[in-house]
Design a protein around this ligand. Structure first.
Ligand code: SAJ
Length: 421
């Protein structure tokens, strides 16, 4: 196969490398000239375990090269960003730009796969856009016009395990026609050992959004329970643990809110495509988005009566044991606390980064601190991320501190190194 991968980011680059390692000749296309040059030297522009070794190998073998100009390919894989816009719709401008560059290259008989997570019917819009630019082509050979074969095949890989999950995860293959599905399946079969599940393009788009919305709704349920439990004076983690003993109940965990660039975004693509019908999905987003404000109110309560409180904010990442701060509720809460306590001091702790991130830099009442140091000087300790480091703090360090524990890490009776009364 002669494959062109458009967009050499977190998904596109690993996919290009894996294809090149499994018998395809691959050209990767990206608008960032510096990244293209780096990739052609066999260097990766972001961290992903195992990627650099494989990239260096395929570049040396000559099976992968990168460029800024879209060439002709027998197959195209589009893996460009679909950022979130303020009106809750996806920004499809990168997909439009990619299809405008692909269209002039086509002869007919090419396979074009959209991998970017997209609102429903985006694949159709992409195909329409290409056919507007190339009215001499068709999707099914109608009127004797050569056909192009268009499909949606969403990715579901977990950052940190991309090289492994690209090969082993099951994959949804949603062709606009049966022929498109058949050809896309054959391409993924060159490297994917997971099941290749056939469907249509819109169902494939919705499947990806549904997976992340399911998680968001379930977390919202847990977050709502945490508010109710707080009002009733009971421990929400014990409550959930008990309920989960039922064979058909499996509630996720509450926290400071939902972050990352997938789960906090993808449900909105469903809501914007069917606003009237998506009542639960929208409410879940609202419940999760409201959680940081509730945490802030709890910190304010804990700091009541202290003129210039010192608040230790433990964790800035969007989930445990990673350094990713994108769309992180912990970071948002820390930033807001700095605004809420202009005369106080916020000691921001994040063992996975080297210094204060730009969102907190330059604020005169925020300092970057080590966990133990921050706790020692704090009046109020707010636990925002359940990093392993915070589980292992020495016993007694929290004695006498006001505590807001959004992850239930330090609750009494829990088998942690810490015991808090
Ligand atoms: N969270 C909770 N409580 C929980 C679980 C998670 O509050 O019980 C929070 C996390 O702290 C974090 C957010 O939810 O702020 C999202 O974290 P996550 O681990 O649930 O998911 P992501 O965003 O890292 O990755 C998800 C995955 N999707 C699903 O598990 C359905 C991943 O497989 C997808 O590939 C990825 O989204 C994506 O790219 O869409």
């Amino acid at each position: 196969n002669n494959v062109v991968v458009v967009g050499l980011g977190y998904i596109g680059l690993p996919t290009a490398v894996v294809l090149a390692n499994h018998g395809s000749r691959v050209v990767g296309v990206d608008i960032n000239q510096a990244n293209v040059e780096r990739i052609n030297r066999g260097e990766i522009p972001f961290v992903e375990p195992g990627l650099e070794e494989q990239l260096a190998h395929v570049v040396a073998e000559g099976t992968l090269s990168a460029t800024t100009e879209t060439p002709h390919g027998e197959a195209y894989i589009v893996a460009v960003p679909t950022p979130f816009k303020d009106n809750y719709e996806g920004d499809l401008s990168y997909i439009r730009a990619a299809s405008a560059n692909i269209a002039p290259q086509l002869h007919g008989d090419e396979l074009i796969i959209l991998e970017s997570t997209s609102p429903p019917q985006t694949t159709r819009k992409m195909a329409e856009h290409i056919l507007e630019l190339r009215p001499d082509l068709s999707l099914d050979g109608a009127d004797g016009k050569p056909a192009i074969h268009v499909a949606h095949c969403p990715e579901r890989v977990l950052p940190g395990k991309v090289m492994e999950e690209l090969i082993t995860n099951d994959r949804i293959i949603g062709g606009m026609t049966r022929e498109a599905t058949r050809r896309a399946k054959a391409l993924y079969a060159t490297f994917c050992v997971g099941e290749l599940l056939e469907t249509d393009d819109v169902t494939a788009e919705m499947a990806k959004l549904t997976e992340n919305s399911f998680r968001d709704v379930n977390i919202a349920f847990a977050n709502e329970l945490s508010l109710i439990a707080d009002k009733l004076g009971i421990d929400v983690w014990e409550l959930i643990e008990l309920a989960n003993h039922h064979p058909r109940v499996n509630i996720l965990q509450p926290g400071p809110g939902v972050g990352g660039h997938c789960i906090a975004v993808d449900p909105w693509f469903i809501v914007s495509s069917a606003p009237e019908e998506s009542r639960l999905i929208r409410t879940a987003r609202e419940v999760n988005d409201a959680k940081p404000e509730w945490v802030i109110s709890k910190v304010k309560e804990a700091a009541e009566g202290i003129a210039a409180p010192v608040v230790a904010a433990l964790g800035l990442a969007f989930k445990p044991d990673i350094d990713d701060l994108r769309e992180s509720p912990a970071l948002e809460i820390t930033k807001r606390l700095a605004e809420e306590f202009p005369h106080g001091t916020i000691l921001a702790v994040e063992p996975h980064v080297a210094k204060l991130p730009p969102a907190l830099e330059g604020r005169k009442n925020v300092r970057f601190a080590e966990p133990q140091d921050a706790i020692k000087h704090a009046d109020v300790v707010v636990l925002l991320v359940d990093h392993q480091q915070f589980r292992l703090l020495p016993k007694g360090i929290l004695d006498g501190k006001q505590i807001v524990d959004t992850k239930g890490l330090w609750r009494p009776g829990k088998s942690s190194a810490l015991t808090v009364n």
